[in-house]
Design a protein around this ligand. Sequence first.
Ligand code: HEC
Ligand code: HEC
Length: 179
Amino acid sequence: MKKKIQYVLPAILFFIFSLAHADDTLFSTNLFAKFHAGSCTICHDFWENDKNGIAFTNHKKRSDVNRCTKCHKSSVTGFKHSDDWFAQPGLYISGMDAKTTCEKIMEVLFAKFKSRELLARDLEHHLLEDPRVLWGIEGATPESGNLPFKKKETDMVEGGLDEWKKEVMAWIEGGMKCE
Ligand code: HEC
Ligand code: HEC
């Protein structure tokens, strides 16, 4: 009896554990880690002094908002409109946990004032088509990760665009849960 429990219990626990982890309708399952790749958070932290935002470090002399595109030009970013390369405060930033990250996204998108359908459309549009998001996903465009002076961001959203789309849609269609 004792021997049986020794094997059965871990097996049951493992089963429950993998079930919990397989729930890709939760923000925490796949998306949280991806949203916190450097290719997303370095830009979201740009104007955050207490996060060592680069507006206060290596971009101190480059923080004129009319001059970002002198360096981050279309030939570097692949953007149709070069000035889509910009940063603003008030976004989700590095160090936030899954729930706070997700709730911040909802706040910035004014989710409280939108029907579920409109919110789903807005999220889908932003996450699958925004040029800044595509820039941050490994291999999504030929220029993803490219920086001026032939530099490259290496902490990218891993797994490529197809996996990203699948995971984003599972979360949106699963009810956009902030767990
Ligand atoms: C003089 C050229 C130049 C200007 C102007 C410039 N940048 Fe940069 N930027 C760079 C370079 C080069 C890098 C790569 C890191 C480094 O060497 O500083 C970079 C990196 C970045 C990154 C880091 C991205 C990542 O994930 O690694 C962000 C975000 C960024 N710039 C935003 C901006 C914004 C916003 C502006 C305008 C307010 C701007 N930059 C103006 C040259 C410039
Ligand atoms: C060049 C800077 C830059 C990069 C790179 C970037 N973002 Fe953003 N992000 C912004 C700006 C500016 C906004 C606000 C304007 C807007 O909605 O596009 C924003 C808004 C957002 C929003 C909606 C509001 C919020 O705070 O959550 C989400 C979600 C988001 N970004 C996710 C991402 C993800 C995921 C990545 C990486 C795959 C990423 N961003 C890469 C600059 C950037």
